[in-house]
Design a protein around this ligand. Structure first.
Ligand SMILES: [Zn+2]
Length: 178
């Protein structure tokens, strides 16, 4: 399938094709709606994968298949595909999907997400004792060190952007006037 630019158009992954990543994305989308409720849920997009020639010659190429990315509902995405070996455990899948989701949100929507409620800083996915979490780098005070902001899938709402508040206020007024 080609679009007008001659590049391959991604295919939207259907539920159940990559169940480990489906489950992970559902949790990540929960974090997205907690802090960016105006955004539509992210989805999994697949592209055909061709091993690079050099890797193929060296016998290091992974088998041909698909690259799966976390993208926006309009079929765009940014950054690397989700590493295939992340399907090994639910925790690995969650961290990998969270990373890919964060890249897409930052580069295509220009939004820092998710944000630590305490420090208002962007957090990064990782693990603590094997548990998938969002890490915050901490505040300026040297005693205010790196900490876990939330488990992935359990991010709390921080604040409502002014544009959303204004829209909600407008909707409330309109419904009251009816
Ligand atoms: Zn913090």
């Amino acid at each position: 399938m080609y679009d007008s630019f001659g590049t391959h158009r991604p295919r939207e992954v259907q539920p159940g094709e990559y169940p480990e990543w489906d489950e992970a994305l559902a949790l990540v989308n929960r974090d997205l709606s907690a802090q960016l409720p105006e955004r539509d849920p992210l989805c999994l997009l697949a592209l055909p994968y061709w091993p690079e020639e050099e890797a193929e010659e060296a016998g290091e190429a992974e088998e041909a298949g698909e690259c799966v990315h976390v993208g926006l509902p309009d079929g765009t995405w940014h950054g690397n595909d989700i590493p295939r070996n992340s399907r090994a455990t639910p925790a690995d899948a969650l961290v990998a999907v969270a990373e890919a989701a964060q890249d897409t949100v930052l580069e295509l929507l220009w939004q820092v997400w998710p944000v630590c409620i305490e420090h208002r800083l962007g957090m990064h996915p990782g693990k603590e004792d094997g548990r998938p979490v969002w890490w915050c780098a901490g505040g300026r005070d040297p005693r205010d060190t790196k900490h876990v902001g939330a488990s992935i899938g359990k991010v709390e709402a921080t604040y409502r952007p002014r544009s959303v508040r204004r829209k909600e206020r407008g909707q409330r007024r309109r419904s009251q006037g009816q």
